[in-house]
Design a protein around this ligand. Sequence first.
Ligand SMILES: Nc1ncnc2c1ncn2[C@@H]1O[C@H](COP(=O)(O)OP(=O)(O)O)[C@@H](O)[C@H]1O
Ligand SMILES: [Mg+2]
Length: 237
Amino acid sequence: MNACTANAESTARNPISPLLSVVGLRKSYATPQGPLPVLAGVDLSLAAGGTLALMGESGSGKSTLLHLIGALDDADGGAIFIDGVNICRLSEAARAGLRRETVGFVFQQFNLIASLTVAENLAFQARLAGRFDPLWQERLTDRLGLAALESRYPEELSGGQQQRVAVGRALAVRPKLLLADEPTGNLDEAAGDAVLALTLDLVAETGCAFLMVTHSARLAARLERRVVLEAGALASA
Ligand SMILES: Nc1ncnc2c1ncn2[C@@H]1O[C@H](COP(=O)(O)OP(=O)(O)O)[C@@H](O)[C@H]1O
Ligand SMILES: [Mg+2]
């Protein structure tokens, strides 16, 4: 093993190196008018267990950035390291594994499965990943205030209740990184506050890192750090 390899390996295992590191990330979309540049060299770093709010005007590329970090789309250039591994270089099978086991995603529109009950939705991803843990599921159900709703279907729930199920579904696999794209955007203030408070409690309990897109400066203030996406790059808020 040469010195360079040894160095790269020790960096990947270093507990104080960031869980997530985005370096010079670039992405444009093809449009009939030509390429539309959205991310023009984004740098970002998030420690294991850290919490970060991503802000920026509508259309600034927040969802694009989250989708790239969650391996839901491909970048044009730059790198995304999760736990020291550049996920842009992984095979499609490895990227699918990352989406199943390492990164949890919560969407503004909840995206629950309409034909499954609350309990089945909660367990869905963990079962897919082979990580279903009945004790953890029970604890999540209790902590998220869903015990009395377990046999209901998504259409029988309020928006806030649906989003609590979505948070539980994402955390059931014990991901290292939880990504949330405007998770309170469809909720009234009280329901949004409750969802974020529960999410932050569970994030702290599991030690996973949390990256949340939000338009609300009030909610962003509850996370440890804030960054703003502007003209394709990030600035501190
Ligand atoms: N699949 C796509 N094809 C073409 N343009 C897109 C696509 N997805 C997003 N865009 C454009 O990229 C820009 C950034 O979008 P997005 O990441 O959704 O922003 P935000 O989440 O900050 O509102 C917008 O101008 C949007 O219209
Ligand atoms: Mg968006």
